[in-house]
Write a protein that binds this ligand. Structure first.
Ligand SMILES: [Zn+2]
Length: 307
């Protein structure tokens, strides 16, 4: 994909009814359509609505349509704020991903979308990957996994937008800019994997974590102490959905940085080739010459989650 004159070349362009004034995009906001899955159903609605619009829509099969040029305002985020700046539509590009949004379990194994369609195993189509997940940001729900084609298309689109728009600096979600009001994208979306691949070392959250912490010298190690469970390695020192890996109890890891964030002491450590943050409460000093245990490496993808 390539951006030219505020349009991605070679994809379907359906100008929305609602196209606003000129903007300078600084962030990408990802959304779920929270609507039917049939191809172009949500796109055609968003193109013809007098109330809402968006720059891009990504179908279940990965097809991308553009509805608004990237330098023009679309109406997708509503009441929102990003790092203290409100009205995100004035500086954001919206991408809607086709997904039913929060669903609920019904009688007889049914998994019901808000409009009543059953996506459960006994539903009309079935075969969807569904999961019951609860997060502080989303609350409880049954959610549908995004297709590999959708995830690949979102990443490719984001790469093309970052390559073509030098003012872009972050990728975020509707739940992040409208907390308590919106839950899209759903908890199954691999946000951090995409942020890591597109933003790389320029991740603004990573830069602020670096600025708020100090380098730990002298080859310090700590030992993880989470009896019976694991400790999450996080991309930034916060409890947002940003988990990189689960570190097993008793693993010994080198410490790179330390800092106080939100009143808690966090350590930046390296585990399994990944660098990220852990809560210091669950790590005990392990001297300066310890070597990470090989057993810890083989338990890298543990499923238990804590903190
Ligand atoms: Zn949304």
């Amino acid at each position: 994909m390539k951006l030219k004159n505020h349009r991605i070349e070679g994809i379907d362009y359906r100008p929305a009814k609602l196209i606003g004034g000129i903007i300078t995009p600084e962030i990408i906001i990802l959304h779920d359509t929270a609507g039917r899955l049939e191809k172009f159903n949500s796109r055609d609605y968003l193109a013809s609505s007098p109330a809402v619009s968006v720059q891009f829509v990504v179908e279940r099969d990965g097809t991308v349509s553009q509805l608004v040029p990237t330098n023009r305002r679309a109406a997708h985020a509503g009441q929102s704020s990003y790092h203290g700046r409100s009205g995100c539509n004035d500086f954001a590009i919206g991408i809607e991903i086709v997904n039913p949004g929060r669903m609920q379990r019904g009688a007889g194994g049914a998994v019901l979308a808000w409009w009543g369609q059953d996506f459960g195993p006994g539903g009309q189509i079935g075969g969807y990957t569904l999961a019951d997940v609860e997060t502080p940001e989303h609350g409880k729900g049954t959610w549908m996994a995004y297709t590999p084609e959708q995830i690949a298309a979102v990443e490719e689109l984001a790469q093309a937008l970052f390559a073509g728009i030098p003012t872009l600096r972050d990728i975020t979600t509707h739940w992040y800019v409208s907390p308590g009001r919106k839950v899209d994208t759903n908890p199954l979306f691999p946000l951090e994997a995409i942020r890591a691949r597109v933003l790389g070392r320029d991740d603004p959250a990573e830069a602020s974590a670096e600025a708020g912490s100090d380098v730990v010298g002298g080859d310090e190690f700590v030992q993880i102490e989470t009896p019976g469970t694991t400790l999450n390695l996080r991309r930034w020192p916060s409890f947002n959905p940003n988990i990189l890996a689960a570190i097993p109890d008793q693993a010994i890891v080198p410490v790179n940085r330390e800092g106080l964030f939100g009143g808690r002491r966090w350590l930046n450590v390296t585990f399994g080739g990944l660098t990220g943050w852990i809560v210091a409460t669950y790590a005990a000093p392990a001297g300066t010459d310890a070597a990470p245990r090989s057993a810890a490496m083989s338990m890298f993808f543990s499923s238990a989650i804590s903190c």
